[in-house]
Design a protein around this ligand. Structure first.
Ligand code: PMP
Length: 434
């Protein structure tokens, strides 16, 4: 083997040499994590960390039910070669049981980016229109189409200047710091979005597909204000368009009160995209839609993914749904989310740096500001909080276009005890430094 992998270089140096620089990692000296258990991570020296950011490993790290189901299925069969497999049928049925009746067709893929990519293709095939309306400050994936509708400047500082011509972005409906604030913000943002839809229609480029998260995950679980999503969905449909709800981050029980984020708004999307939690870390994603929409794509060719919907992925997908229900993880997300929300609000009373608390269930965002009047984002402070939290054994990260929001999205098995440890550590860091 080359000297670089036998020699004295540290593992981190070796990794950095062979890894593209654009795959950023979190810290200059990241801990080398060797194993995980529930919401805990353990490094090579045996040190424990609380994992506050892992919404992929939704059931928790190292879940034995997933490991056993995967091992058993691997020994039996793992393929996806157009035969008929029990696990695929089971997963598709189980997914359909989770969505409103009008959605009756499942397409299985390997990731969130693939789900979004396929959803955009479906929208285009069904409406015959290329133009897409998305929302500012959003992230939907890395592939060509998913990246085109991703507008967040934290991922791409030149996002606004580099969108292709078929992508149009509505203002981010942020009722805390955006164009419209407070009560009535939802209706005001909706009016702006409807006006934009009309403008595009009149210009001869009517929108075929609207894509949005039900709350902005990338921005730190910022809620879409009431009166917005239902109005925009109605306006898109009135012009013959379809609506995608990207549930890659918000769906699968994380919000506690709702299994899907769109339920919070009383809307039913035409297409739902999902991934992350579905496989508990195993690559698995899906698109759920109506048959007529899926069939529009068949007229343009077939859809096949070598790994998506394999017997292994499907068996893992079924197991994950079993565990969510057996361990009542959605209910847990609601209950422990409440402990976190109350704790964050009391931190807001004590520390001027905490400007707002966003989110629900086990996706919350703690927004740091330098002034509650000007709302000047406290980006450097947020990073410093994260660094100090890591020193104290908690992995938590900044998010959003201003990088001033702590994203709090631990595995769904997160306990009230861990929530209290997190809140106490955050309180200590804020008291010591600010
Ligand atoms: N949509 C949303 C809302 C996401 O948050 C992400 C990933 N952060 C994606 C799509 C892309 O998912 P993946 O990383 O699995 O490709």
């Amino acid at each position: 083997p080359p000297s670089s992998i036998t020699g004295t270089d540290s593992l981190l140096e070796r990794r950095n040499r062979s890894f593209a620089a654009l795959q950023a990692h979190y810290y200059d000296a990241p801990p080398r994590i060797e194993r995980g258990w529930k919401e805990h991570l353990i490094d090579t020296s045996g040190r424990h960390y609380l994992d506050m950011v892992n919404n992929v490993t939704a059931l928790g790290h190292g879940h034995p039910a997933v490991a056993e189901a995967a091992a058993k299925q691997w020994r039996l069969l793992n393929t996806n070669s157009r035969f008929h497999y029990q696990a695929v049928a089971e997963l598709s049925e189980r997914l359909l049981a989770q969505v409103p009746d009008s959605l009756d067709t499942v397409l299985l893929v390997n990731s969130g980016s693939e789900a979004v990519e396929l959803a955009l293709r479906l929208g285009k095939a069904f409406t015959g229109r290329e133009d897409v309306l998305c929302v500012q400050e959003s992230y939907h994936g890395w592939s060509l189409g998913a990246d085109a509708v991703s507008t967040s400047v934290s991922d791409n500082p030149r996002a606004a200047q580099t969108r292709p011509g078929w992508v149009h972005a509505a203002d981010a409906p942020n009722a805390y710091r955006g164009t419209h604030r407070g009560e009535g913000a939802g209706a005001a943002y909706a009016r702006d979005a409807v006006a934009l839809l009309q403008e595009l229609h009149d210009a001869g480029t009517p929108v075929g597909t609207y894509i949005a998260e039900p709350r902005n995950g990338n921005a730190g679980s910022i809620g879409t204000p009431p009166g917005y999503l239902d109005t925009v969905y109605a306006a898109v449909r009135a012009q013959g368009g379809v609506c995608i709800s990207d549930e890659v981050q918000m769906g699968y029980g994380r919000l506690g009160r709702y299994f899907w984020g769109f339920e919070e708004h009383g809307v039913v999307p035409d297409i739902i995209t999902m991934a992350k939690a579905m496989g508990n870390g195993h690559p698995l994603g899906a698109v759920i839609t109506r048959r007529e929409i899926a069939e529009a794509l068949s007229s343009q060719g077939s859809f096949f993914s070598s790994g998506g919907g394999s017997t292994l992925s499907s068996r893992i997908g079924v197991t994950v749904l079993d565990v969510i229900s057996k361990e009542q993880l959605q209910e847990n997300a609601g209950a422990v989310g409440q402990v976190l929300a109350e704790g964050f609000h009391s931190l807001m009373d004590q520390h001027a740096l905490v400007g707002a608390v966003h989110g629900m269930g086990l996706y919350q965002g703690v927004e740091f500001v330098r002034s509650r009047e000007t709302l000047e984002p406290a980006g450097e402070e947020t990073l410093a909080v994260c660094d100090r939290m890591r020193e104290l054994g908690v992995i938590v990260l900044p998010t959003g276009d201003r990088q001033n929001i702590l994203k709090v999205k631990p595995p769904l098995c997160f306990t009230a005890e861990s929530a209290r440890f997190f809140l106490e550590t955050l309180d200590q860091v804020l008291t010591d430094r600010w």
